[in-house]
Design a protein around this ligand. Sequence first.
Ligand code: SF4
Length: 72
Amino acid sequence: MEKVIEYTNGEVTVIWKPEMCQHAGVCVKMLPNVYRPKERPWVRLELATTKEIIDQVAKCPSGALTYKMNKK
Ligand code: SF4
C-alpha cells in the first residue's frame, strides 16, 4: 500500500507521499523553515502561514505534496 504521511498546523493538513517525491527540493527552497529534510519530523507546518503552505504545495513538481483544509 502507498505510504502517506500527514502533517498539520491545525488549520490545513499537508499529505506527503514519499514514494512520489522526486527530492527536487522545491519545497525546501520555497519554505526552508518548514521543510527540513535532515530533521524528523521533516515538515514543520507551524512555522508558516496556511496561505504560504498552500502556495508551496501547489508548486511541488511531482504531486507528492497535497493538502486538505481541516474541518472546523
Ligand atoms: S517539492 Fe515535492 S517532490 Fe520536491 S522534495 Fe518537496 S515534496 Fe518532494
